[in-house]
Ligand binder design. Structure first.
Ligand SMILES: Cc1cc2nc3c(=O)[nH]c(=O)nc-3n(C[C@H](O)[C@H](O)[C@H](O)COP(=O)(O)OP(=O)(O)OC[C@H]3O[C@@H](n4cnc5c(N)ncnc54)[C@H](O)[C@@H]3O)c2cc1C
Length: 469
């Protein structure tokens, strides 16, 4: 149990809450009015979240957060209740969960605020059915808990979700769902972070959290991005972002154009063609492509060899397996795959069978779209055109830090990416941190989480020492 003496600054009139699911104790400081005591009770009630797994008509397994309505506070016109915790983490994806787990290992109280109704909503609701972790499981563990040995080397999406569910339970992570952080700023006078939350359902009221440390874990993949394309708004077919794609079942025999040659674009193209869609893909720029096994070998080799050498070996292996694909529209970049990944330019694409389909002409390749015309006609940069019923944009995501983090420019650039380069990106000034923003996926997330928790622990120890000196 966490002793209140560990955090003397948080201890007046403290209500200790036990999250019945995670078994975590969180210190919530409130005023002595009965109304606020009532509010603490209602917050406690809303955190009684059970994640029931159920199967939809497809193989897609998602979790539903069933919550009991709290005692209503809406009739009260007082300002939202204010709760004080040492660490507030915004976002309950793998990065937020990993950071919370590392803090829990150090017995540092923390809570995770999540706008959706469950943890890891990206994996539960916005990924396609056939997705497996692209890297082998030994490179995807979150801190302090390995994947179970009965899971395959490349863990399927559902297996990863079960791992995350177990992780939340074992690591005693306190998640507060249905809470959208709409504002966070540093209060210079109080010397703390003030985090304002809007309930995303009728049974969660607005709240304010006050914290010494704020961890931004809202992800690089927070908002679906569709580029501006001439004529798209009047496209007579259907268009979606890949985060809404589950499988190709609805598009049997339809003409489907996938835009983007990253992992999602290539895998969705493969999937569509196996479901009987007439599939085409837009590949605008040079791309490295490897099988999962090659990437696994590359990751292992990186433990012993430098990036330049591994890159040469990787490209050699890719050429041996796939040959020269330039005549099919797949051109390899001049820079090596890991060098590009490390500099944050582009992650190599992991081929699950799409390259073979491109070679056989089953999946057609087009260059960039130049314009979209009437009658579902899409024109391309090389002057060719095609008629499509559906366009699926696998064109990436954007962060959302600029929408809720005031003064985000102190830590992030205009695109919501940390200004400091890896490996020093995770720490800002005045107790702000970020996890999961380096395009290094789950491996990078594990690194960030450990660094952040260790740093907060060091800082707390230093404060405690100077307080007792
Ligand atoms: C399709 C796809 C496949 C991937 N496959 C792999 C893979 O195989 N291997 C790998 O290592 N990586 C993979 N990644 C990359 C990466 O590991 C995942 O994106 C991972 O989920 C990132 O975790 P995260 O916690 O940083 O972000 P997210 O999972 O996006 O979590 C961020 C959370 O913050 C919440 N949030 C955002 N804003 C607010 C707010 N204002 N208030 C409250 N909550 C908020 C969101 O709802 C979300 O739950 C994949 C990514 C995608 C998109």
């Amino acid at each position: 149990m966490l002793g209140s003496s560990f955090f003397p600054q948080f201890c007046y009139n403290t209500v200790l809450q036990q999250n019945h699911r995670a078994g975590v104790v969180v210190a919530a400081v409130c005023s002595s009015s009965s109304r606020h005591h009532h509010l603490i009770q209602s917050i406690h009630t809303t955190t009684s979240v059970n994640f029931d797994l159920w199967r939809t008509t497809t193989t897609n397994v998602i979790a539903r957060a069933s919550t009991q309505p709290p005692l209503s506070t809406s009739s009260l016109d007082e300002p939202p209740p204010q709760m004080e915790v040492p660490v507030v983490i915004v976002g309950a994806g793998p990065a937020g969960l990993a950071t919370s787990a590392c803090l829990n290992k150090h017995s540092i109280p923390n809570i995770v605020l999540e706008k959706d109704d469950c943890h890891a909503p990206l994996w539960r609701k916005k990924t396609y059915d056939r997705l497996k972790l692209h890297l082998s499981k030994e490179f995807c563990n979150l801190p302090h808990m390995s994947f179970s040995s009965d899971l395959p080397t490349f863990v399927p999406r559902v297996g990863f979700l079960r791992y995350l569910d177990d992780y939340v339970t074992h690591m005693k992570i306190d998640i507060r769902c249905n809470r959208y952080v709409d504002d966070a700023s540093y209060d210079v006078n109080g010397g703390k972070w003030r985090v304002s939350v809007k309930g995303t359902t009728s049974f969660v009221d607005d709240e304010i959290y006050v914290a010494d440390y704020l961890v931004v874990a809202t992800g690089e993949n927070c908002e679906a991005y569709i580029p501006k394309i001439n004529g798209l708004e009047s496209f007579e077919g259907e268009y979606i972002h890949c985060s809404n794609y589950l499988n190709g079942r609805p598009w049997y025999n339809k003409n489907v154009l996938v835009v983007g040659s990253g992992n999602s674009g290539m895998e969705i193209s493969y999937d569509l063609s196996t479901w009987g869609a007439n599939t085409s893909i837009v590949i605008r720029s040079p791309v490295h492509y490897f099988s999962k096994e090659m990437v696994y070998m590359g990751m292992c080799m990186l433990k012993y060899l430098n990036v330049e050498t591994v890159d040469k070996l990787m490209v050699g292996m890719s050429k041996m397996k796939y040959g020269d694909m330039s005549k099919y529209g797949l051109i390899r970049p001049k820079e090596g795959p890991f060098a590009m990944k490390n500099s944050g330019k582009r992650t190599p694409t992991i081929d699950v069978g799409c390259v073979k389909k491109i070679k056989k002409g089953i999946v057609k390749v087009y260059p960039a779209i130049s314009t979209i015309k009437n009658d579902k006609i899409v024109e391309f940069a090389d002057g060719k055109s095609g008629k499509f019923d559906v366009i699926i944009f696998a064109t990436g995501y954007r962060t959302n830090v600029h929408k809720w983090l005031k003064d985000y420019k102190e830590m992030f650039n205009e695109n919501g990416i940390p200004k400091r380069c890896y490996p020093n990106h995770w720490k800002g000034e005045k107790g702000i941190y970020c996890a999961g923003f380096t395009k290094r996926a789950l491996q990078g997330i594990a690194y960030d989480a450990k660094q952040i928790a260790n740093d907060i622990k060091r800082d707390i120890n230093a404060r405690n020492q100077s307080a007792t000196a």
